[in-house]
Ligand binder design. Structure first.
Ligand SMILES: [Mg+2]
Length: 380
């Protein structure tokens, strides 16, 4: 069973058509220069120029435009006319304004994925152009994060995952480029789903991982992704498998923790008829907003629980601890609470709480050995 915390989707030729616009522009360009050179030779030189310019211009239509003009100047030995350059620029403007044409079943597939997983869109290229395409696609609302990057390599993915606090083994990237969407992601130990597009830009071509390579999956179209996810995240559905398995998870998904909390709250509601439970959080901050202390508690039904009370060394002896407890009690009283409880260690603050009216009602010895944990109660 796989756990997936974040699914990232590539955009160009994964969600919408992109490469055909370039193919058409290249065909027009090679025809335009046909009186100077064979179209195949013009194409080869254009590919080389684009690859050479990648470090200067990055990806995208504007980078393509500059490489096309450079190739025209080179291959015509400076004889390309102003009118021909104009034709290239007009084609580039048409490409930039072209409507975003989604691949089959993309809208419904992305909408359904977004119901079960946080989605991220990772696309490389020109920031302005890619942002416009995302906006025109009508898909932006389904993505929790949209990242336009200048390169999709191991470093990029490593940084993105660190920034979003996602472990590689819980990350899945989906896209049409082996070079950009699949290989760097697999190298990090994440999952990668290859969805080939009809044509691949020569620069993006790469050797596919061996079938069965760890973390590598291939589907024919994105609409097959929910089915693949169902298989990967299913536990063991063989007839001999136990119906329930007990697992220990050191780094649980918040969504899974919420299932347990909601389950208990629903049970409590059924038994008490009351759903009034809420966290109570108080902080001490300096003028720059730095937290120097706080009280973390909970108001449940008619009771205040003080779970954590801490004050920075620099503020000790100034009664800030008392202020926090008194404020929490005041809020609790206003909320209809009639009592409060807390616990404290023998090396912590029992006398402080007793001074504020808390009374010992329980004690646990040897936590750790030689120390006690005290349980105190107060009527509000
Ligand atoms: Mg792509």
């Amino acid at each position: 069973m796989k756990r997936i915390d974040l699914i990232a989707l590539d955009a160009d030729d994964t969600l919408w058509h992109n490469e055909p616009y370039y193919t058409e522009a290249q065909a027009e360009f090679t025809q335009m220069l046909a009186r100077y050179h064979e179209p195949a030779w013009v194409q080869e030189r254009l590919d080389r120029t684009e690859a050479r310019n990648m470090a200067h211009y990055g990806y995208g239509i504007k980078a393509f435009a500059l490489s096309t003009i450079e190739t025209a100047v080179e291959l015509t030995e400076g004889r390309v006319t102003g009118e021909e350059i104009q034709r290239i620029l007009e084609r580039i403007k048409r490409m930039l304004a072209a409507p975003v044409e989604l691949l089959p079943q993309i809208a419904e597939t992305v909408a359904s994925l977004a119901e079960s997983y946080p989605l991220m869109l990772i696309t490389k290229g020109d920031l302005l152009d890619q942002q416009k395409k995302v906006a025109r696609s009508g898909l932006a609302e389904y993505f929790r994060h949209i990242e336009v990057v200048s390169e999709k390599d191991e470093d990029t993915y490593r940084d993105l995952l660190a920034r979003h606090s996602v472990l590689p083994e819980h990350f899945m990237m989906v896209g049409n480029s082996l070079r950009s969407d699949i290989l760097p992601v697999l190298a990090l130990g994440a999952m990668a789903v290859y969805v080939p597009y009809a044509t691949t830009w020569q620069y993006e071509a790469a050797q596919a991982p061996a079938p069965g390579a760890e973390g590598f999956h291939q589907i024919e179209q994105l609409s097959q992704l929910p089915h693949l996810l169902g298989r990967l995240t299913a536990c063991n559905d063989s007839p001999d498998a136990p119906a329930v398995t007990l697992v220990v998870e050191d780094d649980p998904r918040q969504a899974d923790v919420d299932v347990v909390l909601k389950g208990l709250r629903a049970f409590n509601l059924k038994k008490t008829g009351r759903s009034d439970q809420r966290a109570l959080t108080l902080f001490l901050r300096d003028h720059q907003g730095t937290v120097l202390g706080g009280l973390l508690g909970e108001i449940y039904w008619n009771t205040l629980a003080i779970n954590i009370l801490w004050v920075d060394e620099s503020l000790r002896g100034q009664d800030w601890g008392a202020s926090l407890v008194e404020k929490a009690e005041a809020i609790a009283r206003e909320s209809g609470c009639i009592q409060a409880h807390l616990d404290t260690m023998s090396f912590q603050a029992r006398p402080f709480y007793e001074k504020h009216g808390y009374v010992l009602f329980g004690q646990m010895d040897d936590v750790p050995v030689g120390h006690q944990r005290f349980y105190l109660h107060k009527k509000l």
